[in-house]
Ligand binder design. Structure first.
Ligand code: SF4
Length: 256
């Protein structure tokens, strides 16, 4: 028999209690700390985020501390995480948090710079147990395979554990191409059990890409200012437009 959403939730919660990963951001419900973890995790491997998140929280323990930091320091500290616009938006979001306080619903979080529906739902589920499930690609995959795309509501007060359980199940068991159904707590009620899946659309190669060139120029700026004449004009303009660099007197530098 296919699982109902309520049965899926119960099974994931039981599985998470036994098998959940011990990650440092799971030892706090502080909204700022969770926001930092969610923003970092959007495009970066968990192992890398563990190291960066720990150092970040040691350096800037509160949203106010980050808001007070020069944006150039924030961009420098983001080195190695990639997709650097996230650093600028996180800094801007923390300025709003420091000025206006912590929002208490998804709509309030969505008003922060760089915070989309997924991140807003994740913070509200993880920090406040609001009745919402953040659907990233891993969570969506599980719901598509096991529930035929139906949505899921957490049992009252269980949004945190259910969200983390879905994250872990998607990351370690219900993998994109070859799911490990033999280890899955949903297997006996999952219509997709035992299936194999086509590889997702291949990403364009990073080597030689514009994204690589952009990252290299930003890495040079982290070392110090660069004469504008030495920079690709389009990439320099894009960095300025994204708040990652500033140009003055023919020199490009991290923003002041
Ligand atoms: S049984 Fe297999 S396909 Fe279904 S949710 Fe579990 S791992 Fe995914």
């Amino acid at each position: 028999m296919p699982l109902t959403p309520a049965e899926l939730a119960d099974r994931v919660l039981a599985w998470y209690a036994d098998e959940g990963r011990d990650l440092p951001w799971r030892r706090t419900r502080d909204p700022y700390a969770i926001l930092v973890s969610e923003v970092m995790l959007q495009q970066t491997q968990v192992e890398r985020v563990i190291e960066c998140w720990t150092a970040w929280l040691a350096r800037w323990p509160t949203a106010g501390d980050l808001a007070d930091a020069p944006v150039a320091d924030v961009i420098s500290a983001w080195q190695g995480l990639g997709y650097n616009r996230r650093a600028v938006n996180l800094h801007r979001a923390c300025r709003v948090l420091a000025d206006e306080g912590v929002p208490d619903d998804v709509a309030g979080w969505r008003r922060l710079p760089g915070v989309g529906p997924y991140t807003a739902a994740a913070v509200c589920a993880i920090c406040f147990d609001h009745d919402v499930i953040p659907e990233d690609v891993n969570v969506r995959r599980i719901l598509d395979r096991a529930l035929g795309g139906a949505s899921l509501e957490p049992p009252p007060g269980r949004a945190h554990d259910l969200t983390q359980g879905l994250f872990d199940l998607g990351a370690t068991v219900c993998l994109a191409r070859i799911p490990r159904c033999e280890r899955c707590p949903l297997a006996d009620g999952c219509p997709s059990r035992g299936l194999r899946f086509e590889p997702a659309r291949r990403q364009a190669p990073f080597e030689g890409s514009r994204r690589q060139a952009r990252g290299r120029l930003l890495d040079r700026l982290r070392e110090g200012p660069v004469p504008l004449a030495e920079a690709d004009p389009e990439i320099a303009a894009a960095l300025v437009r994204d708040g990652l660099a500033a140009e003055r007197d023919g020199v490009l530098a991290l923003p002041g």
